[in-house]
Design a protein around this ligand. Structure first.
Ligand code: 5AD
Ligand code: SF4
Length: 431
């Protein structure tokens, strides 16, 4: 029995797909890259912006054309949580729809499924934690995700996450450590700790994320720790100083600011000002001057004037980002911002995004060029684009490739950086 999984969206979705994959392996399924030969097709969906949601329907259309007639089509993830009934109405080919808090039930839903009796929708917020019912998490690559926290109580006025992922939940430290050990025993060299507000983690067994990182760093064989995504006003000194004290913690912080205008930040219900954000950046740089900083931005939020937008451009110039993600505001049903007055015309959003992305890309390129001539550790994780190449990531999360043997995959090697573009580095292994 063959399983094909297609994942849209964020790293949390990639993590969820990995856990669903493991739980279907227990049922006897093995992976395939070809949806044509699959017996189960699973699409893990994203609802964050309209574009992401719409992609699902074109993907279903494509898969229905080529799939085996009897293959089960399962849709999981945030679209199901947000609007599962509508999804089943609109996409008749979908057999099972399961929300992000229910995927531990997937094996049972599949075993029990009977097409004649009708399709299944399961999207509640159950009292039990799915993590108590999933099989041990196995590493399938040298770099693995580990969800330590899920959901969000911030309710930024544009965001669907509090509705799709539910309220904030921090997993206990003991459970996280056990999962991290299982990942390392099965081959992980790097663990990326995940949460919608990962730096606000407050589970049992450790004081905060800073202490949790220090505990995870004690696991023998684990070489790198990362975490994402952080919320500015929840940053603690204990996390910042971990970047000074814990060699395994990589010098990279993803700290979304969204906008550089205090007026817009307030309308977004973000609980910090640009000044406070800059102060946090300065504190990171004080303990780790080389730290790479990355962010998310939204342009064209309702009411955003040219002057507000220029404040975003200004803060980008002040910070100097190593990488970033930027989006046009998307009015998501059910969020306060979707019905705010002064929605910005699409053409203005496009203009602003183009201007912002040009600056961000130039900064990213400069950051990469500044590493040329240096020797950096690269964790090699996959084949490169060109023949004979293998590629991986520097401590600063830059993609870097070398010419080398596939046997090096999974290892950290010293690489002298010889070339850089805006999106990747090239180099040579230093023995
Ligand atoms: N429109 C545009 N971008 C959004 N994001 C979240 N919601 C929206 C929206 N409605 C962006 C934010 C967030 C990232 C994951 O997605 O920048 O940090
Ligand atoms: Fe969404 Fe804001 Fe929560 Fe991030 S902090 S998940 S943007 S509501």
């Amino acid at each position: 029995m063959k399983l094909y999984i297609k994942t849209f969206g964020c790293q949390m979705n990639m993590y969820d797909s990995a856990r669903m994959r493991d739980s279907l392996h227990v049922l006897g399924y093995t992976d395939t890259d070809s949806p044509r030969e699959a017996d189960v097709i699973l699409i893990n969906t994203c609802h964050i912006r309209e574009k992401a949601s719409e992609k699902l329907f074109s993907e279903i259309g494509r898969l229905v054309q080529i799939k085996k007639k009897e293959a089960l089509l399962i849709v999981a993830g945030c679209v199901v949580q947000a609007d599962g009934e509508e999804l089943l109405k609109r996409a008749h080919a979908v057999d099972i729809a399961v929300g992000p808090q229910n995927y531990h039930c997937l094996p049972e839903l599949i075993t029990r499924y009977n097409r004649k009796k009708g399709r299944t929708l399961l999207a509640d917020f159950p009292a039990e934690s799915k993590f108590d019912f999933l099989p041990p998490h196995q590493a399938h690559a040298a770099s693995c995700f580990l969800a330590i926290q899920e959901g969000c109580d911030h309710f930024c006025s544009y965001c669907v996450v509090p509705y799709t992922r539910g309220c904030e939940y921090s997993r206990p430290a003991s459970e996280i450590l056990a999962e991290a050990k299982s990942l390392v025993q099965t081959g992980a060299k790097e663990i990326m700790l995940l949460g919608q507000n990962v730096n606000g983690w407050h589970g049992d067994g450790a004081k905060d994320l800073g202490d949790l990182i220090r505990m995870i760093a004690d696991i023998d064989g684990l070489q790198r720790i990362r975490y994402t995504t952080s919320y500015p006003s929840e940053m603690t000194d204990n996390i910042i100083t971990a970047h000074r004290d814990v060699p395994k913690l990589m010098p990279y912080i993803h700290l979304p600011i969204q906008s550089g205008s205090n007026r817009i930040l307030k309308a977004m219900n973000r609980q910090y000002t640009r000044e406070e954000y800059l102060d946090i950046i300065n504190r990171f740089r004080a303990v780790r001057p080389d730290i790479a900083i990355s962010s998310d931005f939204i342009v064209g939020f309702p009411g955003e004037t040219d002057a507000d937008f220029q404040e975003t451009m200004d803060i980008v110039r002040q910070v100097g980002y190593a990488s970033s993600f930027s989006f046009k505001f998307s009015a998501r049903p059910g969020t306060p911002a979707s019905i705010m007055k002064n929605q910005i015309p699409e053409s203005v959003k496009t203009e602003r995004l183009t201007e912002l992305q040009a600056l961000l890309l130039a900064q990213q390129k400069q950051f990469n060029l500044d590493t040329v001539g240096k020797t950096l550790d690269v964790l090699l994780i996959e084949k490169g684009k060109e023949k004979g190449q293998i590629s991986g990531y520097t401590p600063y999360l830059q993609n870097a490739h070398i010419v080398g043997d596939l046997s090096l995959l999974g290892q950290i090697v010293r690489v002298k950086i010889t070339g850089a573009t805006a999106t990747s580095l090239s180099g040579e292994q230093v023995k």
